[in-house]
Design a protein around this ligand. Sequence first.
Ligand code: ZN
Length: 208
Amino acid sequence: MSSTLFVRWTIAPAIAPRPLINCNRCGGVRPYKYSEKFRVNANGKRIDVWLIYRCTGCDNSWNRTILERCNRRDIEPALLAAFESNDPAFVRRHAFDTVALRSRIGRIEEFPDVAVRKELLDGRPECAVALSLELRLDAATSLRLDRLLAGELGISRSRLQVWEERRLLIVSPDGGRAWRKPVRDGATIRIDLAGEADRGAIVGAACD
Ligand SMILES: [Zn+2]
């Protein structure tokens, strides 16, 4: 019987990044929030797609370019249909694409808030002396790995840091370099809890 508890955490960022735009109606820099809609302009063979954002102060709109003068032949029909129907999962994927947004607009506001769904994959919590956490991201987040673990496991970052230094906590890939960086999809964290008196509480927090 394995003494390791295998758990998958699926992390869903709660708030999409917001571009900071000099709003000509408000007369100052304001965060803009994504709407649930794309705007598709099909002009003959050329297709443009934008994701529409609205000023949080005055509702003024800003169109973020998603596709620019694309040849219709180069776009999968299913992709075009997803844009035209404002498919919610598809809107969300673009709205949370921080890297793409940043390439369009210099300044953005990011939010570390996430919801974490925890699934027990293998092992028995009452027998566990080690944890193996598999992290899945449904969109990019600015939340740091050490803050995620401290918050979800209910332990201090300094204690986690000590574990990391003593190799009781191992992050793969990238080891300690990933520690203060935003959480990455596919990362795994292994924690040896054999010497921890409160491991029951930690194991419990890892699963629910
Ligand atoms: Zn405004």
